[in-house]
Write a protein that binds this ligand. Structure first.
Ligand SMILES: *[C@@H]1O[C@H](CO)[C@@H](O)[C@H](O)[C@H]1NC(C)=O
Ligand SMILES: *[C@@H]1O[C@H](CO)[C@@H](O)[C@H](O)[C@H]1NC(C)=O
Ligand SMILES: *[C@@H]1O[C@H](CO)[C@@H](O)[C@H](O)[C@H]1NC(C)=O
Ligand SMILES: *[C@@H]1O[C@H](CO)[C@@H](O)[C@H](O)[C@H]1NC(C)=O
Length: 193
């Protein structure tokens, strides 16, 4: 009987944790080298903030506990690269700034908080971050510029060819006219009568 209650209780707890009111689940794309803000808006009076990435296991991206951030169990790749956007966490803003992102920062970030006077973490937001490799934006811009330049050259050549052909055609049309207008070509019968 106790076992059954335990199972029911566990099921309820699991259900409760998955019944989160997400303020946002979103996709963020960033270029390598940028500083990215991972937004998370909770309520006021925050006691604990936990930022995790699902694939990093027990190590945190960022942890704020007992009134300060703590570096215990922080994943080494985030050392000196993360901080709260607003250190005062005004109005429950616990958004995180991740500096100088690399392709290795691609992943799913989860923000959880514990409100003062409550127990249990509450999942607030999930962010799918995708970081483009360095130079990929530059590459796209380069390709576009090259394509535009090529189009311009083609247009210029085409324009020149058309212009030349028209000029030639005009010359061809003009030549007989010139011949007709020469005094020798005017019949004497139409003159001086
Ligand atoms: C995020 O991207 C995935 C695919 O990468 C897509 O299925 C999903 O709809 C996107 N979500 C939002 C909120 O844009
Ligand atoms: C990222 O943030 C750091 C520290 O705040 C700053 O020095 C740097 O200029 C920022 N880089 C970009 C690309 O905004
Ligand atoms: C950003 O990260 C790259 C690669 O990890 C590094 O080479 C570069 O020095 C870093 N830039 C800053 C401003 O920290
Ligand atoms: C990404 O991680 C791999 C494996 O840990 C590492 O070899 C590589 O240098 C990292 N790349 C960047 C841009 O930090």
């Amino acid at each position: 009987m106790a076992g059954l209650i335990w199972i029911l209780l566990s099921a309820c707890l699991l259900g409760c944790t998955s019944q989160v009111s997400l303020s946002g689940q979103k996709n963020v794309t960033a270029e390598s080298g940028r500083n990215v803000t991972l937004t998370c808006r909770a309520r006021k009076n925050i006691q604990t903030v936990e930022w995790r990435r699902a694939d990093l296991g027990d190590e945190y991206v960022f942890l704020y506990r007992d009134g300060r951030k703590t570096l215990v169990h922080q994943h080494p790749s985030f050392k000196d690269r993360v901080d709260l956007k607003d250190k005062q966490m005004k109005d429950g803003d616990v958004s995180l700034i991740l500096n100088n992102v690399t392709i290795n920062d691609t992943g799913t970030y989860e923000c959880r908080v514990v409100k003062k006077g409550t127990i249990g973490l509450k999942l607030i937001s999930i962010i799918h971050l995708h970081v483009d490799p360095p130079g990929s934006v530059g590459l796209i811009v380069g390709v576009v510029v090259a394509a535009a330049a090529a189009a311009l050259v083609v247009a210029a050549v085409a324009g020149f060819v058309i212009y030349r052909n028209q000029k030639k055609a005009k010359e061809v049309r003009l030549k007989p006219l010139v011949i007709k207008q020469s005094p020798a070509a005017v019949p004497t019968s139409q003159c001086c009568q």
